[in-house]
Design a protein around this ligand. Structure first.
Ligand code: NDP
Length: 290
C-alpha cells in the first residue's frame, strides 16, 4: 500500500502493543490517548504524541482505534468530526455487531472510510502472525491496507457487512469466556476439596484439548438435524450435571454456573427431548428464552 504513517488512538494494553508493533516495523507512529501519560513509553521509543484529536487524525494514513467500545469512539471523535473527511479508520474496539454497523455508518457520514476489526489475541500476541484479527467492511479498503493490518496480527476478512467482524468476535467470546469461566469453577471446586490448581489443571487441559473431537463428531449431525441419543442422552446429562451441582453445594462452592447448565438440560428434557443427544440444545437455545 505504500503507507508509512499510522496513528493509534486508544492506548490501553492493546493500543500500546499495536503502536509498539508499528514502531518496530518502522512506521511513523502518532498516538493519542485521553489519559496522555499512557503515551510516555511510546514517545520515548519514537512515537509522536498528538496534542489534539484533529492532529492525530491528520497524521496517520491509517488511523487505528483501540478503545473499550464504540461509545468511546464517539466520545473522542464526535468533537473532531470535521477532521474525519478522507480518513481511513480501522476500528479494533470490540462491541456488538449492531453498534459496529452504526459506527461504520457514522464514520462514512463524516466522509471517512471504516473497517471493523475483532482482535483474537491478548497484547502478548500483537505483532505475531500466529494470531488472526477478523475484519469486515469494504473489500477494496481491506485489500488496499492489508499489509498495514498484518503488522498487528494475521488477517481474516469476513465480508462487506461492517457488523461481521464484530459478530465473529462475539461468537468467539461467547465460547471463550464461558469455557474459561468453567475452568475457574473447576479450580474453585478442586480447591474447596484440597486439590491445587496445578494439580487439577493438567486434567482440565486434557478435557478442553479433547473438545475438538466432539466438535468434529457433532457438527455434521447438527447440520443434518440428527439429534438421536445413540451416543449420549439428555436424561444422562441431567443426572450428571445434578451430581456436579451437588458436589459444588457440598463443598460450599457457588453452584450458579453448573446450575445454569443444568437448567438448560432440564428445559430440553421438559420439552420432550430427554432421549435425544445433547446437541438438541442447539435448537432449544435458538428458540429464545424458556
Ligand atoms: P481498555 O479498555 O483498557 O482501553 C482502551 C482505551 O479506551 C484506553 O486508552 C481508554 O482511555 C479509552 N477509553 C475508554 N473509554 C473512553 C472514553 N469515554 N473516552 C476516551 N477514551 C476512552 O482496552 P484494551 O486496550 O484492553 O482493549 C482495547 C479493545 O480491544 C477493547 O475493545 C477490548 O475488548 C479488545 N480486546 C482486548 C484484549 C485484551 O486482552 N486486552 C484482547 C482482544 C480484544 P484511558 O487510557 O484514558 O482510560
Amino acid at each position: 500500500s505504500g503507507v508509512s504513517s499510522v496513528t493509534v488512538i486508544g492506548l490501553g494494553p492493546m493500543g500500546r502493543a499495536m503502536a509498539g508493533a508499528y514502531l518496530d516495523a518502522g512506521y511513523d507512529v502518532t498516538v493519542w490517548n485521553r489519559t496522555a501519560s499512557r503515551a510516555d513509553e511510546l514517545v520515548a521509543r519514537g512515537a509522536v504524541r498528538a496534542t489534539t484529536v484533529e492532529e492525530a487524525l491528520a497524521a496517520g494514513e491509517v488511523v487505528v482505534l483501540s478503545l473499550t467500545d464504540y461509545a468511546a469512539m464517539y466520545a473522542i471523535l464526535e468533537p473532531a468530526a470535521p477532521a474525519l473527511a478522507g480518513r481511513v479508520l480501522v476500528n479494533l474496539s470490540s462491541d456488538t455487531p449492531e453498534r459496529a454497523r452504526e459506527g461504520a455508518a457514522w464514520a462514512v457520514k463524516h466522509g471517512a472510510r471504516h473497517l471493523t476489526g475483532g482482535v483474537q489475541t491478548p497484547p502478548s500476541g500483537i505483532g505475531s502472525p500466529d494470531f488472526d484479527t477478523f475484519y469486515s467492511g469494504p473489500r477494496d479498503l481491506f485489500e488496499r491496507y492489508e499489509d498495514v493490518l498484518k503488522v498487528i496480527t494475521g488477517t481474516d476478512y469476513r465480508g462487506e457487512d461492517p457488523g461481521l467482524a464484530a459478530l465473529y468476535y462475539q461468537l468467539q467470546m461467547d465460547l471463550f469466556w464461558t469455557a474459561l469461566t468453567a475452568w475457574l469453577h473447576t479450580l474453585a471446586l478442586a480447591d474447596a476439596n484440597g486439590i491445587s490448581a496445578s494439580e487439577i489443571t493438567p486434567y482440565a487441559a486434557q478435557t478442553l484439548g479433547g473438545m475438538g473431537q466432539f466438535l468434529d463428531f457433532y457438527t455434521p449431525r447438527i447440520e443434518a438435524g440428527r439429534h438421536s441419543g445413540d451416543v449420549e442422552r439428555i436424561s444422562m446429562a441431567v443426572a450428571s450435571m445434578e451430581h456436579v451441582v451437588h458436589t459444588a453445594r457440598d463443598a460450599g462452592v457457588d453452584p450458579a454456573l453448573p446450575a445454569a447448565v443444568l437448567g438448560a438440560f432440564r428445559r430440553a428434557s421438559a420439552e420432550g427431548y430427554a432421549e435425544d443427544s445433547l446437541t438438541r440444545l442447539f435448537e432449544v437455545f435458538g428458540r429464545g428464552t424458556a
